[in-house]
Write a protein that binds this ligand. Structure first.
Ligand code: ADP
Ligand code: CDP
Length: 215
């Protein structure tokens, strides 16, 4: 079977950019599982489902058709025929995604979809639970971290109309929800290699992951 690289870690640790860079360098596919949880959340909000009500979310989570493109040069995410790449990045979705992702029925459905996409491998997969739950047999498992300040600074640089303080507070809230939920909490997988990206450039992170793959 082809190589599977699992990239986990908190928000702003550099998972998306590093994963895409590694996939490009190794000519592998790339899967952003966070985008799938965001797409599910976007659809719930669009449908008027109360995302604070786990039973309501569980009852509807089988409905949306979530389709992920895996080209690292141009990853895509659709719900049915709707391109949701833009809408899934709004602060409304970001503020609700951890509540939706904590619902076990949502995870069961999306993890099954993720395993189908991974299939026979040849892919870099980023998320919170790839090395622990989705694909524990991954040949390479990386756990990216960075200081809370560095992560908030990176996010702030990407967005307009926000401050580092507001970003740091929003990220801290999401980190707590993601690492304390009962279903598949964010944690370092057995056998994972931890990489603190705080002092590193993106290229240095990519090179560090490539050297783990090569050994
Ligand atoms: P995640 O997927 O973990 O949330 P991203 O890959 O989206 O993180 O990175 C968040 C932001 O930080 C992006 O704007 C990205 O370009 C930048 N970034 C990623 N890695 C580094 C790094 N090592 N040094 C500086 N900036 C980085
Ligand atoms: O935008 P950011 O990089 O911070 O996060 P993301 O990767 O887009 O993921 C958004 C949210 O989806 C996370 O905060 C988690 O609540 C959830 N998620 C998850 O539960 N499991 C995954 N494998 C990926 C994301």
């Amino acid at each position: 079977a082809g190589l599977v690289v699992a990239m986990d870690g908190p928000s702003g640790s550099g998972k998306s950019s590093a994963s895409r860079g590694v996939a490009r360098a190794l000519r592998l596919r790339y899967l952003d599982t966070g985008a799938m949880y965001r797409a599910m959340t976007w659809w719930m909000l669009e449908q008027g489902v109360d995302v604070a009500d786990p039973a309501a979310v569980a009852a509807r989570c089988g409905e949306p058709e979530i389709i992920s493109g895996t080209d690292p040069d141009g990853p895509t995410i659709r719900v049915g025929s709707t391109d949701v790449a833009g809408p899934i990045r709004t602060s409304e979705v970001t503020g609700s995604v951890s509540a939706v992702a904590a619902v076990p029925e949502v995870r069961t459905r999306l993890v099954a979809l993720q395993r189908e996409i991974i299939g026979t491998g040849g892919i870099v997969v980023e998320g919170r639970d790839i090395g622990t739950v989705v694909w524990p047999e991954a040949a390479v498992k990386i756990y990216l971290t960075a200081s809370a300040e560095a992560r908030a600074l990176r996010r702030t640089a990407e967005l307009s109309g926000t401050t580092v303080e507001a970003q740091q507070a929003a990220m801290a809230r999401r980190d707590t929800l993601d690492s304390t939920r009962k279903a598949d909490p964010l944690s370092m997988a057995d056998g994972a290699i931890e990489l603190d990206t705080t002092p590193l450039t993106l290229q240095e992170v990519i090179d560090a992951v490539l050297s783990v793959v090569a050994r």
